[in-house]
Design a protein. Structure first.
Length: 255
């Protein structure tokens, strides 16, 4: 897939992986629009990379999603929708009755899963009208083996993984040219994972893997340890589960 000259919309693009992706897409020669909830972060990103177009928008909010679509349409539309934004609510023990867990779970599903479907539905006809339109959905190795301390996050990414496969096949059935990519990252060094001492890859390395996969049209893009984890999970699922859930993680649920 050719990326130079394409217009890319990146949700959650004001920091972390999203901002690194914006940087690398710009370097290739793409036009980049980023979204996010935090105005100061968006302003800082635009100051660092003046070529960026920044739009405040919350992917979990239906009115924001519609307003985002309207603004993007006024700007001339996009070729690639990169669903990068995601949230993770702190762990809670599912064995204990806890209303806060339900509230957090609803929030995670709204942003990580339903928000992606909402944006895809809004932009699908626009992407169909392009010579080479594409959707990138970001799942996780946790869609293959669940994390005990990130139960709903894992569930949201599993739902998104199955939806991504289904969307790709449905578009084939109607002879649509829109390409649907699933990005499966390992643990990445971002603010979300700052308190974890596990092995991580840098956002720069992660995005390089993404761009390489897009250019090769590899519709399932596994980056870094996500490649070997996929093999381990297929052959030795109990070992894979243990890698995601080391004994030390159990203590977090007890506290």
């Amino acid at each position: 897939m050719k990326l130079k000259g394409k217009t890319v919309l990146i949700t959650g693009g004001a920091s972390g992986i999203g901002l690194e992706a914006a940087k690398q897409f710009l370097a290739i020669g793409a036009k980049v629009i980023i979204t996010g909830r935090n105005v100061s972060k968006l302003d800082a990103a635009q100051k660092t990379y003046p070529a960026l177009i920044a739009i405040q928008s919350d992917v979990g909010n239906e009115a924001d999603a519609q307003a985002l679509f309207n603004k993007v349409r006024e700007l001339g539309g996009i070729d690639i929708l990169y669903n990068n934004a995601a949230v993770l609510v702190p762990a809670s023990n599912l064995g204990l009755a806890n209303n806060k867990h339900l509230e957090g779970a609803a929030y995670e599903m709204e942003v990580n899963y339903l928000g992606v479907i909402r944006l895809n539905n809004l932009f699908l006809d626009m992407l169909k009208s392009r010579n080479e339109g594409a959707i990138i959905n970001t799942t996780s190795i946790l869609s293959q083996a669940p994390s005990l301390i990130e139960a709903t996050y894992s569930s949201s990414k599993t739902a998104l993984a199955f939806y991504t496969i289904s969307l790709r096949e449905h578009l084939k059935i109607i002879d649509s040219k829109v390409k649907v990519f699933e990005l499966i990252p390992p643990l990445v060094a971002t603010k979300m994972t700052a308190d974890r001492n596990d092995k991580k890859i840098s956002p720069e390395e992660m995005v390089k893997g993404l761009i390489n996969g897009l250019q090769r049209e590899s519709y399932t893009i596994r980056v870094g340890d996500a490649k070997i984890f996929n093999l381990i999970n297929r052959l030795f699922p109990k070992i894979a589960f243990g890698l995601i859930n080391p004994k030390k993680s159990h203590q977090l649920l007890k506290n």
